[in-house]
Design a protein around this ligand. Structure first.
Ligand code: ADP
Ligand code: MG
Ligand code: MG
Length: 248
């Protein structure tokens, strides 16, 4: 059993306070959704936990199985079992999907998998996601469709088997196909029981496919309401207006 504990986290960007005391615990086997209006700080939470240099932690703590995540380098966070999929994956010309994934697996496991073993693992992962074999040789993120980006994200999850995965979804680029890929991936991971998932999203429609046990509403840089799956239904029906008013 693993847990990510975020305690009273305050984060600033360019001396402006964005996160104002976030408290959240995610355990393996749990699926949490963070939902909230645009600009409420959802992505800031993901970037801060990922260790992006632009996001300054002014107080609070983040612990993974009791270890201080904020003291770790970005690589160390990945090796400790944190996975962070960002909203806008970068294109890397000249680096194939296969090479990228083998490097990522090597970084996380601390040693390079034998090529034959890795090739087999990769093929199994791709088959499970109905990804064509040619995908492995494509340049990283170059010309990926929304669905391909998402398949690649979930493929990384399959190979890296993190303790805690934080998926920041804008939803804006997500067509129905991509939505289905993310949803099935998340559902498979939470069913496995070894990974805790924190799904960050603005739109409620992904929650028609993923049923989180915990829903947290984010507004004004903190969690303002928490509940079970029924809260997602309420948000879908009522929107965020109530919270944006309250946050001002
Ligand atoms: P959300 O993901 O909920 O839409 P964000 O975390 O992206 O919210 O943004 C929250 C606030 O922090 C916004 O006011 C945004 O302008 C500001 N912010 C976030 N990241 C940066 C950044 N890298 N540089 C400047 N401002 C930022
Ligand atoms: Mg935003
Ligand atoms: Mg965002």
């Amino acid at each position: 059993m693993s847990s990510l504990e975020i305690r009273d986290l305050h984060v600033s960007v360019d001396d402006k306070e964005i996160l104002r005391g976030v408290n959240l615990t995610v355990r393996s086997g749990e699926t949490h959704a963070i939902m909230g209006p645009n600009g409420s700080g959802k992505s800031t939470l993901a970037y801060a936990v990922a260790g992006h240099p632009k996001y300054t932690i002014t107080s609070g703590s983040v612990l993974l199985d009791g270890e201080d995540v904020l003291a770790m380098s970005v690589d160390e966070r990945a090796r400790a079992g944190l996975f962070l999929a960002m909203q806008y994956p970068v294109e890397v010309p000249g680096v194939s999907v296969s090479n990228f994934l083998r490097s990522a697996v090597t970084a996380v496991r601390g040693e390079a998998p034998k090529l034959r073993v890795f090739t087999k693992e990769l093929k199994e992962g791709m088959d499970a996601l109905s990804i064509d074999a040619s995908f492995a040789q494509r340049n990283l993120n170059e010309g990926f469709s929304g669905g391909e980006k998402k398949r690649h994200e979930i493929l990384q999850l399959e190979l890296l088997k993190p303790k805690i995965a934080i998926l920041d979804e804008t939803d804006s680029g997500l067509d129905v196909d991509a939505l289905r890929v993310v949803s099935e991936g998340v559902n498979r991971f939470s069913a496995g029981g070894d990974t805790g998932v924190l799904l960050i999203t603005h739109y409620t429609r992904i929650l028609r496919y993923v049923k989180p046990q915990f829903v947290h509403v984010f507004a004004g840089g903190r969690i303002v309401e928490e509940g079970g799956p029924e809260l997602a239904d309420k948000l879908e029906a009522e929107g965020y207006e109530r919270y944006t008013k309250a946050a001002i």
